[in-house]
Design a protein around this ligand. Structure first.
Ligand code: GCU
Length: 682
């Protein structure tokens, strides 16, 4: 029902195995919550909600620990000395947000202790304890010690003040600016619960294409109400700052970062924000990209702009997330090279509280991109990852694509900057270059739809982003399995085939949209559906033909040293691999090389046949997704079953649309027949 759609992975559906239920019940005989912060209050409320629904019993809150098998929750300082001392070793292993779940003995009686250095850590422990039951794991002899590897785990909402969401495909913005600050929608609280349950600890409320009005008292008043709502859940609020705000809402003539009045304006503005929101996180900034104002408008550079804001925020502990997605008309030789050229020369010049936010690839959230060459290239500057959770180029909220597969591929990529094993994950978690400030951002796919994300399976992308933000080394397969169990069912007849379907879905979309390294051939503007033929837009790099460069001689973008030389932005080890068509991984082939139609792939197929067969394979994979799902009726509530079924049918229709459109278009240049096995355009 709609209820299930809404509840995300916090369904807390009754455990169906009665043996398990009695095991759980015998281990959980009441709750003792130590401490009286708002966070402890919501943690114990969540436990009661979860347990009563999962186990169908009303677990009582107790005042003391006289009974046996009590669930004790509280931070280190609230524990008695003997217990806290006995956990010294565990406490040493965690940071401020980590948690410990451990079976302990007090006076020969067993209890489960959920503890942490902070109350927020306790809340994370509570959600993870509930997850054990949600996924039907044992709660005997527990000894779990876990802590996040990245500090800032943040959602970027591209939400506009008028309620629309840029690249949002799941309704309108969650933030009801008109009713705020006095009306606190229950949704805000459920949003915070969902995020806390996966360890997300920050949210940027407004679009990177920012409206300066968010910084006026009228809106700050509303932002303050949201910050108050999210605080017990450990979620800090951040805002995007429009660089020209001093002009637009400050009445100044300029926004030049060298201008003393401009600097003062930002200092005053920041101080004003902190009087309202003492734990305000800071600013996210898109500057001098796609028409947004920035320091370059005044002949200054990114460092000048970022450091000015950083100086205003520093006294309060706030940070600047300065985006590297710069994309202007100046460098049309190869758009992929622009960010690196504009940022890498400034390595080491940013203030300590600036972190540069880099998209996972150098173009723009394609179904597959090689990792961004900036990762590893700025050892003296903390870099944070920007992933897109909303599926701008991946079928919006209509196509089922399990994105943690994509995220994992990027995080596991090797930059080789300090030899083999210098993965992107190590750049991001700060371990490669010893950075204290670390972060990872996901462009949210959340909106006002009942199911939050438009597609029931798009919830898994929000979930999976949070899990990988907590620990970038987690396996996307493990994440899919826990999500399925919590969201739908623990029945392996369901979990196994559907997990498989999810894991294959990302390669399927690559195959039916952009195989072998093709990219950005979506129809322009909205980016939905194929449009490889579009060539009439005023800026060259807006046109798909710029990216595939198909002609009679072949297809692909030569970014090797014989072409745009974008490969030289990688370390020599990596550049060498990408430069040589023989060693370039075939999934990136046409990203880095322009090749003749009869160039032979490793399996002996020509490029033309290979492309055609990949498009067909993508279609076949979506057909399999359909037949797999069709059998799942017994395990899923009627509403979600039908929704997914309808969506998969559309996905199949559109996978064929992609195949037919792209093959018919490219065939004009290749002049070749479709190989055997590829269906003729319908
Ligand atoms: C893409 C997207 C824009 C967005 C931009 C950004 O280009 O299409 O809508 O504003 O990325 O990340 O800033």
């Amino acid at each position: 029902s709609a209820q299930e759609d809404y509840k995300l992975w916090l369904q807390y559906a009754k455990v169906s195995d009665s043996k398990l239920v009695s095991d759980y019940n015998s281990n959980i005989n009441g709750i003792v919550a130590l401490g009286n912060s708002e966070t402890i209050r919501v943690a114990s409320k969540e436990l009661q909600l979860g347990l009563s629904s999962l186990l169908d019993n009303t677990t009582v809150i107790q005042q003391n620990i006289e009974a046996e098998n009590v669930l004790i929750l509280g931070s280190k300082t609230s524990l008695n000395e003997a217990i806290s001392k006995s956990l010294n070793k565990e406490f040493e292993q965690i940071n401020n947000e980590g948690y410990i779940i451990k079976t302990i003995q007090i006076k020969n009686k067993n209890h489960i202790l959920i503890t942490a250095k902070t109350d927020i850590g306790v809340l994370y422990g509570v959600f993870n304890f509930l997850k054990l039951i949600q996924t039907n794991k044992s709660v005997e002899n527990l000894n779990i010690v876990d802590a996040p590897k990245i500090d800032i785990r943040i959602l970027n909402h591209w939400d506009n003040l008028n309620g629309t969401v840029e690249r949002g495909y799941s309704g309108s913005s969650l933030w009801n600016w008109q009713k705020l600050p006095d009306f606190i929608d229950q949704r805000y609280i459920d949003y915070a619960r969902a995020n806390a349950s996966i360890g997300i600890n920050g949210t940027v409320l407004n679009n990177v294409n920012a409206n300066a009005l968010i910084l006026t008292p009228l809106y700050l008043n509303k932002v303050e109400a949201l910050a108050n709502t999210f605080r017990p859940y450990g979620i800090k609020v951040y805002l995007t700052a429009r660089f020209s705000a001093p002009i637009e809402i400050g009445g100044l003539k300029t926004a030049d970062p060298y201008d003393a009045a401009v600097q003062q304006w930002w200092k005053d503005k920041v101080a004003e924000i902190y009087t309202r929101i003492p734990d305000f996180g800071g600013f996210l900034v898109k500057a001098n990209s796609e028409g947004q104002p920035g320091p370059q408008n005044y002949g200054r550079n990114h460092v000048d702009g970022a450091n000015m804001l950083a100086d205003a925020l520093a006294p309060f502990g706030g940070i600047v997330m300065w985006r590297a997605f710069v994309y202007s008309e100046h460098d049309v030789n190869d758009r992929a090279k622009q960010a690196y050229s504009e940022f890498v020369p400034y390595d080491g010049k940013f203030r300590d509280n600036v972190i540069v936010q880099v998209k996972n690839g150098a173009i723009d959230f394609q179904p597959r991109e090689p990792f961004h060459p900036m990762f590893g290239a700025m050892p003296k500057t903390p870099l944070m990852m920007e992933f897109q959770i909303t599926q701008e180029y991946l079928g919006f909220s209509t196509h089922l694509v399990y994105l943690p597969k994509l995220y994992q591929e990027v995080l596991d990529s090797d930059t080789y900057t300090k030899g083999k094993g210098s993965t992107v994950a190590k750049v991001i978690d700060g371990s490669l270059d010893n950075h204290k400030l670390t972060g990872i951002a996901g462009v949210a796919n959340i909106g006002s739809d009942i199911n939050w994300t438009g597609h029931p399976f798009a919830q898994a992308n929000w979930y999976g982003f949070g899990r990988l933000a907590w620990n970038p080394n987690l396996d996307s397969e493990v994440i899919a399995e826990e999500w399925l169990r919590m969201t739908f069912s623990n029945d392996l007849n369901f979990v196994n085939p559907i997990k498989e379907m999810m894991l294959k879905s990302r390669e399927a979309v690559v195959n039916y949209m952009t195989p072998l390294g093709l990219h950005h051939i979506m129809d322009t503007g909205h980016h939905y559906g194929p449009g490889p033929w579009v060539s009439n837009l005023s800026r060259p790099e807006w046109n798909p033909v710029y990216y595939h460069k198909a002609d009679k001689n072949g297809i692909g973008f030569d970014r090797s040293k014989t072409g745009s030389n974008a490969t030289s932005q990688y370390t020599p080890d990596v550049a060498k691999i990408f430069d040589d068509v023989k060693t370039c991984p075939e999934e990136y082939l046409l990203w880095f090389h322009h090749l003749p139609w009869d160039y032979k792939l490793k399996n002996g197929q020509t490029i033309w046949d290979g492309i055609a067969l990949k498009y067909q394979k993508g279609v076949d994979e979506v057909a399999t997704m359909n037949t797999t799902w069709d059998k799942m009726n017994p395990y899923v509530d009627e509403q979600r079953f039908r929704e997914v079924q309808m969506l998969l049918k559309i996905q199949l229709k559109e996978a064929k649309w992609w195949r037919d459109a792209c093959l018919l278009y490219f065939q004009q240049f290749s002049g070749k027949e479709l190989p055997k096995g590829v269906e003729n355009p319908t």
